[in-house]
Every structure is written in structure tokens, then in C-alpha cells.
Design a protein around this ligand. Structure first.
Ligand code: NBP
Length: 472
């Protein structure tokens, strides 16, 4: 019996669709899942979707024996304990030289721990971020593999064909050693949180201050998607506003959806990491806080009875508001991506990963949830200067931020005066204002620190560390 070129374990949303994608690209694949019904479902889909070269197994040893050597096993199971359990069950069937690629959203130290344990058995291990959800996995995701370069070389022919394709190549590249693939995916998700928060704030301002209807919002987002804001998230948002209720109640579905956001953890990890590495990430942090506060639905309903809304500003020019909000959104987005890229760079330095920020931006141009026309500009900014201190000092982004400043401030003023929280917009503006000012009030903080704790301070006019007798 001819053997499969690759195997995949874990046939939920991501695994099943990625397996079908791999098979469709001409790589015979064996699949396995802990519970057999998903194996049957995947095999049935492979048949329906064009008799794809996919074979299902319900016995793990049969699955492993069906693979050509060195065996390449992709895992797409729930991160954490299930990954450890899957490795434990797989390893007795594997041999020296075989390798495992975990495609899940794993906490990167877990990947490094597993890679070290498996290396001692002669088994290779990679952590590979996969983005694009169900549709991306099936038709072309963006993939971020990290680990031993030899493992990447063995996977490259398959991954390059399976990934989304953009004008400058497949949306996959060797990210770097260790857990860097998981790390870059984690930051991707942090940026995704930021984008979604910023879009939701744009919606709130346009709806609450501007009084736009869902039909008008659909049109605005459709128009934005034809310009510099063009992106997957803007595109799907336009479609959300057009969706009528599907339970026969009339109106639009978006108005019936409970205002409580779920999450699975990658955004939280991003903020923990940013704090660990002393990287300011206020836009992403605001999006995480926004999710925490959204979860307090009952408390918010009770609090709303205690406080009235401020009198909304009158005579808002809708056309001007739409234009201003698009600029506020774009400027905030530049700040959010600057934070994410700076976090990746700090991790690269800290772990000695030698990550290429331009190449990472390139593989996010297609397939993933944050794909956007804007990423091509980020790639070009790092191509121009690989050591760029921040996207905020790239000449082309700086020109846009200068041009957008007025609109950005107007939107935040309007929102504040209407009593609408825009933490993504306003924390991004505060980030920008702190970064662009040559002198901050940190001198006073230093004085206070020295006053109560003799922490010393430096002076602007003389070298050295000083401490003062603050009180006679
Ligand atoms: P889930 O994260 O929902 O995991 C379900 C899979 O894990 C099933 O195959 C299940 O087997 C298996 N599993 C569990 Br749960 N416990 C197990 C155990 N103890 N031993 C062995 N297998 C176990 O699937 P998913 O949504 O497809 O995501 C897979 C990975 O990809 C996750 O890390 C996720 O964070 C990541 N990811 C997901 C998306 C997305 O849009 N869903 C996007 C990007 C990345 P069973 O069928 O026998 O219960």
C-alpha cells in the first residue's frame, strides 16, 4: 500500500480543513482523531470535495505506520494538556528522525519544553501558528512555523503550496528557532484583538454620535474596504451590518447579539509578554480590558441606572464624521501595529531569535484574520530600514499620522463628550502623543521617586546620578 506524505491528528475545525487543503494540493494525507466520528466526517468530506487523497484512521499505530519516513505529523488539537496527551500517545509509535508540528495556539514556553524533551528521543518538534480560521485553513492560511530549521526544510514544499498566496509569495516563511512561531502568532492575535476593538469603536461612534443606520454602516464599511482600510475584518464587518435577523424577529442580526465578548487567551498572553519585556502596548491592552468589561453585563446594566448620559453634541456633520472616524481608525491602527512589531522585535532580541519583521508582515498579507492592504506598507517600511525604531518614524506613516491628527482628536473629543468609551482610539492617541513629545512629565515622577525612596535621578545639564535633600 502506498504511504501518505504527511499525517494530521486532530480533526476539529482547523485540523479537518487543513487536512482537506493539504490533500487538495496533491499531498496524500493520513488523518486521525481521538474520537472516531470526526475521522468519518473528514473522510466523507474528502470524498465529496473531489475524491481527495485522504485516508482516515481510528487506530493510532495504523495511522503512524501509514506515513512515509521521516514521518511528518501535524497536530491540531486544543492547546495545553490535550497537546501533551497527544504527544504522549504518538511518541511510542514514532522513530528517530520523525517529527511533529503543533499547529495550535500554544503558549510558546510549552513548545520549547516539548521540543527539548522530544529532541532527547531524536524526534523533531515545531510550533506553528496557523491563522485564517475555518476558511483560511481550507483554502490557504497564513502559517508561522518556528523550531529547527531542518524541520522547516522538510515541511517547506507542503506548507508553501498549502498557504495563501500573495503577489510576493506564499504566506508562510521560516519564522525562527524555539517557540518563535507560536510567539509571532500570539502577537498576531493581540493585533487582531486591537483591530476588532478599534472597528467596534468606529461602529459605536458612527451609530451613537452620527446616528447611522445599519444600512448606512454597511455602505460606509464597504466604501472603506475599497480604500486604505481594505482588510478582511473591514470586509466581514460590512457584511455583518447587512445580515438580517435569522430567527424571524425582523431587523438586523447584529442588534440582537449580546454585548459580551468571548476570548481564548492569546490576547492576554500578548499583554503579559509586553509587560515582561517593558513594551508599551496600550491599544492591545485596551482591547483586552474592553473584553473584561464587556463580560460584566449584569453589573453594567445595574450601573447604567445610576448614571445618565451626557447631553450629546448637536449638529454633527455626518459626512465629516465618517471621514474623521476613518482617519482615527487608520491612525490608531498604525499605533497598534507599531506596538505589536516592537513586541516581536523585543522578544527576538531577548531570545536571540533573529526575526525578520518585514518577512513577518509579508506573510500576514494573505490568509490570516489581520490580512490587509496596510501590511504591504509595513513590509516596505521594514524593507527600507530593518532597524526602524518604530513604524511611527517611518516617513510615509509619519506623513499620514500628521495628516490624520486633527480628525483623530475630533473623534475622541466627540466620543468623550457623548459619554462613549473609545479606549482603543484614545490609548493609541496617548501612545502617539507620548512617543512624539521630546519632553514628558517623567521628570516629576523621578523627583517623587527620589523624594520618597532616594532612587536618584539624572539631570539634563550634567552627567551622573543625583539625589536631593527634598526637605530641609
Ligand atoms: P479545538 O481547539 O476545539 O480542539 C479540538 C480538538 O482537540 C479535537 O480534535 C479534540 O478531539 C482534541 N482533543 C481535546 Br479537546 N482533548 C484531547 C485530548 N485530551 N487528547 C487528544 N485530543 C484531544 O479545535 P480547533 O478549533 O480546530 O483548534 C485547534 C487548534 O488551532 C487550537 O490550538 C486553536 O487554538 C487553534 N486555532 C483555532 C482557530 C479557530 O478558528 N478555531 C484559528 C486558529 C488557531 P475530540 O474530537 O476527540 O474531542
Amino acid at each position: 500500500m502506498s504511504q501518505s506524505q504527511v499525517g494530521l491528528v486532530g480533526l476539529a475545525v482547523m485540523g479537518q480543513n487543513l487536512a482537506l487543503n493539504i490533500a487538495e494540493k496533491g499531498f496524500p494525507i493520513s488523518v486521525y482523531n481521538r474520537t472516531g466520528d470526526k475521522v468519518d466526517a473528514c473522510v466523507a468530506r474528502a470524498k465529496e470535495e473531489g475524491n481527495l487523497p485522504l485516508t482516515g484512521y481510528k487506530d493510532l499505530n495504523d495511522f503512524v505506520q501509514s506515513l512515509e519516513r521521516p514521518r511528518r505529523v501535524i497536530m491540531l488539537v486544543k492547546a495545553g494538556g490535550p497537546v501533551d496527551a497527544t504527544i504522549e500517545s504518538l511518541v511510542p509509535h514514532l522513530e528517530v528522525g520523525d517529527f511533529i508540528i503543533d499547529g495550535g495556539n500554544e503558549w510558546y514556553p510549552n513548545t520549547e519544553r516539548r521540543a527539548a524533551a522530544l529532541a532527547s528521543k531524536g524526534i523533531g518538534y515545531m510550533g506553528m501558528g496557523v491563522s485564517g480560521g475555518e476558511e483560511g485553513a481550507r483554502n490557504g492560511p497564513s502559517m508561522m512555523p518556528g523550531g529547527p530549521r531542518e524541520t522547516w526544510e522538510l515541511m517547506k514544499p507542503i506548507l508553501s503550496k498549502v498557504a495563501a498566496q500573495v503577489d510576493d509569495g506564499p504566506c508562510v516563511t521560516y519564522i525562527g528557532p524555539g517557540g518563535s512561531g507560536n510567539y509571532v502568532k500570539m502577537v498576531h492575535n493581540g493585533i487582531e484583538y486591537g483591530d476588532m476593538q478599534l472597528i467596534s469603536e468606529a461602529y459605536d461612534v458612527l451609530k451613537t454620535v452620527g446616528g447611522l443606520t445599519n444600512e448606512e454602516l454597511h455602505q460606509v464599511f464597504t466604501d472603506w474596504n475599497n480604500g486604505s482600510l481594505n482588510s478582511f475584518l473591514i470586509e466581514i464587518t460590512a457584511k455583518v451590518f447587512a445580515k438580517r435577523d435569522d430567527q424571524g424577529k425582523g431587523g438586523h442580526l447584529v442588534d440582537y447579539i449580546l454585548d459580551q465578548t468571548g476570548m481564548k487567551g492569546t490576547g492576554r498572553w500578548t499583554i503579559i509578554e509586553a509587560a515582561e519585556l517593558s513594551i508599551a502596548a496600550p491599544t492591545m491592552a485596551a482591547s483586552l480590558d474592553g473584553r473584561f468589561l464587556s463580560a460584566l453585563k449584569q453589573e453594567r446594566v445595574a450601573a447604567s441606572a445610576l448614571y445618565g448620559d451626557p447631553t450629546p453634541p448637536s449638529g454633527v456633520d455626518k459626512k465629516q464624521l465618517i471621514d474623521d472616524v476613518s482617519k482615527a481608525l487608520y491612525a490608531s491602527k498604525i499605533c497598534s501595529y507599531a506596538q505589536g512589531m516592537n513586541l516581536i522585535r523585543a522578544a527576538s532580541i531577548s531570545h536571540d531569535w533573529n526575526l525578520n519583521l518585514g518577512e513577518i508582515s509579508r506573510i500576514w498579507k494573505g490568509g490570516c484574520i489581520i490580512r490587509a492592504i496596510f501590511l504591504d506598507r509595513i513590509k516596505k517600511a521594514y524593507d527600507l530600514d530593518a532597524n526602524l525604531a518604530s513604524l511611527l518614524v517611518n516617513p510615509s506613516f509619519a506623513a499620514e499620522l500628521n495628516e490624520s491628527q486633527g480628525a483623530w482628536r475630533r473623534v475622541i473629543n466627540l466620543a468623550v463628550n457623548t459619554g462613549i468609551a473609545v479606549p482603543g482610539f484614545s490609548s493609541s492617541l496617548a501612545y502617539f502623543d507620548q512617543y512624539r513629545r521630546a519632553r514628558l512629565p517623567a521628570n516629576l515622577v523621578q523627583a517623587q521617586r527620589d523624594f520618597f525612596g532616594r532612587h536618584t535621578f539624572e539631570r539634563t545639564d550634567m552627567a551622573g546620578a543625583y539625589s536631593a535633600m527634598w526637605e530641609e
